[in-house]
Design a protein around this ligand. Structure first.
Ligand SMILES: [Zn+2]
Length: 193
């Protein structure tokens, strides 16, 4: 079974003053390796839809400021919209209790609560994972589709390389290259929408 994600994002200790939390987006993009902290989807598919989420929702922050880098998550719009003001405890320092609530995506433990099915769907692995799965709407089909597109990309590049083999008939080689070019053209158009 494929891993839900192969890397735990780590925030650097960034303390510079900013005007709004969104000013931290370029640094978050680096620290989260261009992936949503919650669903792990790469931003190359919809870069404009990536946002800056407050792990502890702004509405309940009392100790940290709303521009505190240590509380920010690089998030796709789907996860950010699903999460909104959800917080399962009455304490901003307690992100989860009794299998309800969140785990910071920068915590190595986040991985243990989810699995990735062979078909690309995200599935929960624990009770707390189940809570986060529904809170973040990780059942949405886009998570499966994006993951599968990412798996296809190296395969298609490999098929194109195989077409260079001298044993491949010229008309097949031509067909593979045309298909590859059409595929990459659509992918690039999609990414720039
Ligand atoms: Zn997401």
């Amino acid at each position: 079974m494929p891993s839900f994600r192969d890397h735990t994002p780590k925030r650097r200790n960034i303390t510079r003053a900013v005007t709004t939390h969104r000013d931290h987006k370029p640094d978050l993009k680096i620290d989260f390796i261009s992936k949503c902290g919650y669903c792990n989807a790469s931003d190359t598919w919809k870069i404009t839809y990536y946002e800056v989420d407050h792990f502890i929702p702004e509405a309940i922050l009392t100790i940290k400021t709303n521009t505190d880098y240590s509380n920010l998550v690089y998030s796709c719009r789907s996860c950010n919209n699903a999460k909104r003001k959800k917080w399962a405890t009455d304490d901003e320092n307690v992100p989860n209790r009794n299998d309800q609530g969140f785990i910071d995506p920068c915590d190595d433990d986040y991985l243990n609560h989810f699995i990735r099915k062979d078909t690309g769907e995200i599935q929960f692995n624990t009770k707390l994972g189940e809570w986060m799965y529904y809170a973040l709407k990780l059942y949405k089909p886009q998570h499966q589709v994006i993951w599968n597109l990412e798996q296809l990309e190296p395969v298609i590049t490999e098929i194109k390389a195989l077409a260079e083999d001298e044993k491949v008939k010229p008309e097949i080689k031509e067909w593979i290259i045309q298909t590859y070019d059409k595929y990459t053209d659509y992918i690039n158009q999609w990414r720039s929408l």
